[in-house]
Write a protein that binds this ligand. Structure first.
Ligand code: BG6
Ligand code: MG
Length: 211
């Protein structure tokens, strides 16, 4: 029986996935490395350094350069986060989180991002979840299930009792590896392993496990 929902952050709760894309695109353009939305889909859910490796595929840079590039991207990304306000959380997202709580479900965040708490603070959602697990809590990012396992532990539920909502292929893989019920939104809807596919967050409320 499902008792909890673990949400990815970027591209699920907020459209910060687009900020990630723009910051990587700016870096890639500066370096003369081809980068487009399709390649960007492969960065969803994976850590900053693993993302950089994908951006630089086929190009050779020193470890020192790579460290600087990751910092440059993160600075550009954090600059764009400064514009985030509570208005960036859609009514649908707010209502869905509230409805889930009212139905008695525990809700948590499971994100690879080290900027998770900064983002949730900016949009006024820091206290909206029963637990937060993020990039600062883990050593292995998605597709490793670690972040979801930390999240489920913090809401005192077994993975088999939790849905994971993801926009990333790596996130669906992680959910499956950890024994969670994977629900896909956005790009992850193309993943064959998803148990359910939704077009927007509100559709969660119509799933048989939640209704
Ligand atoms: C994930 C994003 O949520 O966080 C990835 O989908 C990103 O694209 C990862 O690389 C790490 O984020 P950050 O904010 O720690 O660089
Ligand atoms: Mg995501």
């Amino acid at each position: 029986m499902i008792k909890g929902i673990i949400f990815d952050l970027d591209g699920v709760i907020l459209s910060t996935d687009d900020f990630h894309y723009k910051a990587w695109k700016a870096l890639a353009d500066r370096l003369g490395v081809p980068f487009d939305r399709e390649k960007n889909n492969r960065l969803r859910g994976v850590s900053r350094m693993a993302s950089l490796e994908i951006v630089l595929e086929g190009y050779d840079f020193s470890e020192e350069d790579k460290k600087r590039f990751a910092e440059e991207k993160n600075e550009a990304y954090r600059e764009s986060l400064k514009g985030l306000t509570p208005k960036d959380v859609t009514e649908e997202v707010r209502n869905t989180l509230e409805a889930l709580h009212q139905k008695g479900f525990k809700i948590a965040i499971g994100s690879s991002s080290k900027n998770t708490k900064l983002i949730l603070t900016q949009v006024g959602l820091l206290n909206a979840f029963d637990a937060i697990a993020d990039g600062t809590d883990i050593t292995h990012s998605k597709p490793n299930p670690e972040v979801f396992l930390v999240a489920s532990k913090r809401i005192c539920l077994d993975p088999s009792e939790c849905i994971v909502v993801e926009d990333a292929f790596a996130g669906i893989d992680a959910a499956i590896a950890g024994g969670f019920l994977p629900v896909a939104i956005g790009d992850a809807r193309n993943h064959k392993g998803a148990a359910h596919r939704i077009d927007s967050l509100g559709q969660l409320l119509s799933l048989p496990e939640i209704r």
